[in-house]
Design a binder for this molecule. Structure first.
Ligand code: MN
Ligand code: MN
Length: 315
C-alpha cells in the first residue's frame, strides 16, 4: 500500500499500524450531515447464557479492520469511494439494566436512521437485535429478516421467565410485529437443541428454517436462491451471529456449536445478498477473550466490509 493511496477509507497518510483504530480508519464523528452509513458499536454482554466477553467485540473488530484496504474484488466496488461512511462510536450500555440499555439502543439508533443514515451495528450479544429492530421497524414498517446463526433465537424465555436474553430476540420481534415471519429466513441452525420443537416452533410461526444440514445438502447457491425467494423486494434487516460459522473458523464466541460454515462459505452467503433491499445490519456475538490470533475478529471485520460493499451496490 502506497502511503498516498487516495482511498477515502484512509484518513491519514500513515500506515495501518499507526494511530487510533476506528473501523477501517474511517472518521470518528457523530456529525451525520451527508453521511450514508454509520458503523455503531454496542458493547453489551449482559444477556448471554454461557460465556461472556462480547462487550469487547466492537473495539476488537475495529482493530482487526485496519488491514482492509478498501476494494472488494468479488463485488467489484470500493464502498468508501461510493459512500460517506463514518465510525459513530458506541451506544451507551448499562450492564445491569437491560431495559434501560434496550431503550438507549433503540433511541440512539432512531436518531441516526432519522437522518437517512444506514446503520451497521457491531455487537455485543444477540439481544441487541430486538432494540435495533424496534428502531428500524419504526422507520421502515414491518421488516423481512435474514438471520445467520447456529441457534434459532426464537425461544420464549431463558433463565426462568427472562424474556430478553440473547436466545429470545426474534420471538419478541415476531410478537411485537416488528418482523413478518413469512419473510424471515434462518440459515445455519444446528444447536443446542432441547427438543424438535426448537425447530418446529419457528416453522409453525411461518419462519423459513434452513438448518446446517439443509445448507450442506443443498449447497450455497441453492440457499442464496432460497433467501432471495423468501425475501423478494421487501425491506430486509440482516443479522449475522458469528457462531453460524464453525468454531474452527470463529472460536471467539460465547456459545460455540461445532459443524458450521467455513469463513469462505459465510462470505459467499453474504455476497449472495447482492440485489436485496437491505435496510440494516447487525454482526453479533464476537467475544475476543475466547479468540485466538484475532481469527474471529478478522473474519467479523471482513464481514462488516462485505455489508458496506452491499450498501454501496444499492446506493
Ligand atoms: Mn444468536
Ligand atoms: Mn448463536
Amino acid at each position: 500500500m502506497h502511503i498516498n493511496n487516495p482511498n477515502p477509507a484512509f484518513g491519514s497518510e500513515l500506515e495501518p499500524f499507526h494511530g487510533i483504530p476506528s473501523f477501517m480508519r474511517l472518521p470518528v464523528t457523530r456529525e451525520l450531515d451527508n453521511v450514508d452509513v454509520a458503523i455503531i458499536g454496542i458493547p453489551l454482554d449482559s444477556a448471554v447464557s454461557y460465556r461472556s466477553g462480547t462487550r469487547f467485540g466492537p473495539r476488537k473488530i475495529r482493530e482487526s479492520s485496519l488491514m482492509i484496504w478498501g476494494f472488494n474484488r468479488v463485488l467489484n466496488i470500493s464502498p468508501a469511494s461510493e459512500l460517506n461512511i463514518v465510525d459513530y462510536g458506541d451506544l451507551s450500555v448499562i450492564p445491569m439494566d437491560m431495559q434501560a440499555t434496550m431503550e438507549n439502543i433503540t433511541e440512539g439508533t432512531k436518531s441516526v436512521l432519522e437522518k437517512d443514515v444506514k446503520v451497521i451495528a457491531l455487537g455485543g450479544d444477540h439481544s441487541i437485535s430486538l432494540p435495533l429492530l424496534r428502531a428500524h421497524a419504526a422507520k421502515h414498517g414491518q421488516l423481512a429478516v435474514i438471520h445467520f446463526d447456529s441457534h434459532p433465537d426464537t425461544w420464549d424465555e431463558e433463565f426462568d421467565n427472562q424474556l430478553y436474553s440473547h436466545g429470545t430476540p426474534y420471538r419478541r420481534a415476531i410478537e411485537e410485529k416488528l418482523i413478518d415471519p413469512n419473510t424471515y429466513i434462518q440459515v445455519g441452525i444446528r444447536g443446542p437443541i432441547s427438543g424438535s420443537e426448537d425447530i418446529t416452533e419457528p416453522e409453525e410461526m411461518g419462519v423459513n428454517v434452513q438448518t446446517i444440514e439443509k445448507v450442506f445438502d443443498r449447497g450455497i447457491p441453492a440457499i442464496i436462491s432460497e433467501i432471495h425467494k423468501t425475501i423478494g423486494d421487501c425491506p430486509v434487516y440482516v443479522s449475522l451471529d458469528i457462531d453460524s460459522v464453525d468454531p474452527a473458523f470463529a472460536p471467539g464466541t460465547g456459545t460455540p456449536e461445532v459443524g458450521g460454515l467455513s469463513s469462505y462459505q459465510i462470505l459467499q452467503l453474504v455476497r449472495g445478498l447482492k440485489g436485496l433491499n437491505i435496510v440494516g445490519f447487525d454482526l453479533v456475538e464476537v467475544s475476543p477473550p475466547y479468540d485466538h490470533s484475532e481469527i474471529t475478529s478478522i473474519l467479523a471485520a471482513n464481514l462488516a466490509f462485505e455489508f458496506l460493499s452491499l450498501l454501496a451496490l444499492i446506493k
